[in-house]
Design a protein around this ligand. Sequence first.
Ligand code: 13P
Length: 334
Amino acid sequence: MDINELKSVARAIVADQKGILAADESGPTIKKRFDAIKLECSEENRRRYREILFTTMGAERYLGGVILYDETLRQNSTEGIPFAELLNSRGILPGIKVDSGAKSLALHAGEKITEGLDGLRERLQEYRQLGAKFAKWRGVIEIDAAALPSSYAIRANAHALARYAALCQEAGIVPIVEPEVLMDGAHDLQRCETVSAQVLEAVFEELAAHGVALEGMLLKPNMVIAGMKSPQQADTGQVAAATMRCLARHVPPAVPGIVFLSGGQSAEDATAHLSAMNQLGPFPWQVSFSYGRALQAPVLDSWKGQEQNVAEAQKIFLRRCQLNSLACAGKYDS
Ligand code: 13P
């Protein structure tokens, strides 16, 4: 493991108010997104859609990395250039989702464990050859007002995240460690803060136990936010204050960057929250974005699978990237 290489990749991804586009939807997830715009989920449509995102001129000013799915890492642009090479040539680092999804946790009704550790060492070797500089693994933590998550589900997911992160660093790949406390449900902001704190504590304990170098990773957490069905929705300032309090208490300063997931928030909310958080800085880590839906939903709505809409869709994508980059400096004003 070359710690200096890991460190410089991790830092480059979040340098200069840049963030990450999460374009790593698995087959079933991208099908859901395409169903919503009534588009057939063919391999060519998936390739073309990702190409539209990756060839948006100017996005390289705001994006330090893009997370790809296995299929996408093996695809090429219309001109025949592998996507990883195309992104690299524009100064955007290609990354890869390496988990194989969250499955039911045995004997723990309603809870999940992420799979994908078997054979991961070998897959990471191949991904590195294909040009991946960083990776992502998402642990899913179900939450409700009282019973969930169990302490075992937290521990099991933290352990898997740490095993993944150690394997990545061994292979010279920067791990993005993503423990996601879901925003489904009716729990309030306080409950999300309590659970997020427990999860982060367990994750950093396991990362330490596995010998993971914090300087060579990025953390991708949820924001501290009330459940979508909660009658008590917190305002932007409350979300920002609770999130940064929780992270300041539980994320060591050696971590170079925190890149939030959007988790089902609207594009506007995700940007407003990020900006409000950065207004509370400075922090020991860069505070940035790794959004999937919050960057892509407006693009899909505009594109709708039609070639004549590509220019407009790219304009919308560029604008979202730019606004989130402004939010990294606390300068986005909704
Ligand atoms: P969302 O921003 O849509 O939550 O996606 C981010 C991600 O990578 C989830 O794993």
